[in-house]
Design a binder for this molecule. Structure first.
Ligand code: UN1
Length: 496
């Protein structure tokens, strides 16, 4: 019998009211059933939102340092269970153990960082323009927040949203991706053990079209925080716009690594391979375009192809594996579809472009590392997010052209330049249109205490992580205290 997992509403583990469930399988071997999860609908979401609304009345009054202490304990439990959780996550979403360990570590880092913020959460004090009057600003919680998270970082991304929301005094309903519900169950077990009161954080499993949509539409949800595709984010933004809900979106990318003719090529190679094929290319921050100066183009392309062909593909639980499967069949079809598009567009396939079904891997969603050369900046494979182990090489003649090509997409999340020339590096930092720019580093590797997010169609102006995430999950309140004992009028009494 397959294990039946539950949603977590008002401190209780519950099934969907309808009793319906969905199955979740291991992407490295679809015969391996992880378990059954509640296929929740609007009535389950409503129950969770009502629990969160009720809990908000008390939670908002718990001092922020105390809220932070619960998150600190959650970090401690995550640390204790790191290896066990990493293994379960690899089984659930396929990426290799080293990376799922990193994913849990990102949750631990976020817990500790957020706990510390409980004793800061600074506002401002400033002089009043009037005598005997005091002025300051403080952060106040928003209320019930709906969080919708993706499967590629099933621990890190929920913690990026949950922990700061809870620290600010908000209560939440999380709807995790259908491909990674088990990791969310583990996270909620940990929050329960850490002592989070019932109703403060609720977990509702299910499909985006049912549970997700109900959360977005619920009138008592004041804020929506979403990480996922630009298409879905756009719909959420439109719905939230109509209802004047606060909405924070983290969406697609078409990140590029520039390699100039003066770069350390060995270093740039490591960065390109890690950026493009790490997490099987399924990061918002993955490198999907390689912009090469013509002076090193031929040599560097050969280096990339030779390395890509050596990548060991297989089950992420095997320590020697370098690249796991894609998340599901639809993802693999999409990636394979882009390989056909690349050929039709006239780009040259150097390696990969095919499904990997050798030996025992027949039951997983594996795909070969794929590299296309002679890609023109306007081609679809240079413009659209593919979310797989897929690299498009574009040749440029100058630094200026490299930056122009890099900027020439709808997206602007992460970016990278390899050069030894400090002047070029600083010009790149100034001119690249992206939320994150690395110099002599891969496009992936964001740390939790710096702002994370992107420009243009990657986001809608918010930044998660860093201190900036508190601007998402709290409102500002300005406070004036008049101790003059008389009515003083700003803009009127202080003018002579
Ligand atoms: C994502 O790609 O969705 O910088 C998040 C990184 C990770 C976070 C990625 N720390 O690649």
């Amino acid at each position: 019998m397959a294990e039946l997992y539950k949603s977590y509403i008002d401190g209780r583990w519950v099934e969907a009211r309808s009793g319906r469930t969905f199955e979740n399988h291991n992407p490295a071997d679809r015969r391996d059933l992880i378990g059954l999860f509640p296929a929740s609908g609007a009535e389950d979401v409503d129950e969770a939102v009502r629990a969160a609304k009720k809990a908000f009345a008390k939670w908002r009054l718990v001092p922020a340092p105390k809220r932070g202490e619960i998150l600190y304990r959650a970090g401690e439990i995550l640390r204790r269970r790191k290896e066990e959780i990493a293994r379960l996550m690899t089984r659930e979403m396929g990426k290799i153990l080293k990376e799922t360990r990193g994913d849990v570590q990102e949750g631990i880092d976020t817990a500790y960082y957020t706990a510390g913020e409980g004793r800061r959460l600074f506002g401002e004090t400033t002089p009043s323009e009037l005598p005997d009057k005091f002025a300051m600003s403080v952060r106040v919680p928003i209320g019930v927040c709906g969080l919708i998270t993706p499967w590629n970082f099933p621990m890190a991304i929920p913690t990026w949203k949950l922990f700061p929301a809870l620290l600010c005094g908000d209560t939440v309903v999380l709807k995790p991706a259908e491909d990674t519900p088990h990791t969310a169950v583990l996270l909620f077990e940990i929050l329960e053990e850490a002592g989070l009161p019932p109703g403060v954080a609720n977990l509702v499993h299910g499909a985006g079209e049912q549970a997700g949509a109900a959360l977005v539409r619920h009138p008592d949800v004041r804020l929506l925080s979403f990480t996922g595709s630009t298409a879905v984010g756009r719909e959420i933004a439109a719905l939230c716009g109509q209802n004047l809900k606060r909405v924070s979106l983290e969406m697609g990318g078409k990140n590029a690594q520039i390699v100039m003719d003066d770069a350390d090529l060995k270093l740039a190679l490591e960065g390109a391979v890690w950026g493009a094929f790490g997490t099987t290319g399924q990061r918002c921050t993955a490198t999907s375009r390689l912009i090469l100066h013509r002076g090193i183009k031929k040599e560097f392309t050969e280096m990339v192809v030779a390395r890509a062909e050596k990548i060991r593909i297989g089950d992420g639980l095997d320590e020697s594996t370098e690249m796991g499967p894609l998340i599901n069949e639809a993802a693999r079809e999409k990636v394979h579809g882009y390989a056909q598009i690349g050929k039709q567009e006239g780009a040259r396939l150097l390696t990969g472009g095919s499904i990997y079904e050798e030996g025992k891997w027949i039951n997983g969603y594996f795909y070969r590392p794929t590299v296309f050369d002679e890609v023109a900046p306007a081609m679809r494979i240079a413009q659209e997010e593919i979310f797989g182990p897929f690299l498009s090489i574009i040749e440029v003649k100058s630094f200026e052209e490299a930056v122009e090509v890099l900027n020439n997409t709808r997206y602007g999340l992460s970016s990278s330049i390899y050069t030894r020339d400090v002047n070029r590096a600083f010009r790149a930092l100034r001119d690249i249109e992206a939320g994150i720019t690395y110099v002599n580093g891969a496009t992936i590797g964001a740390e939790v205490h710096l702002p994370f997010g992107g420009v243009k169609e990657t986001g809608n102006g918010h930044r998660e992580a860093g201190t900036t995430v508190y601007d998402i999950f709290s409102e500002w309140k300005s406070i004036y205290i008049d101790y003059s004992g008389k009515l003083q009028k700003a803009q009127i009494d202080n003018i002579e």
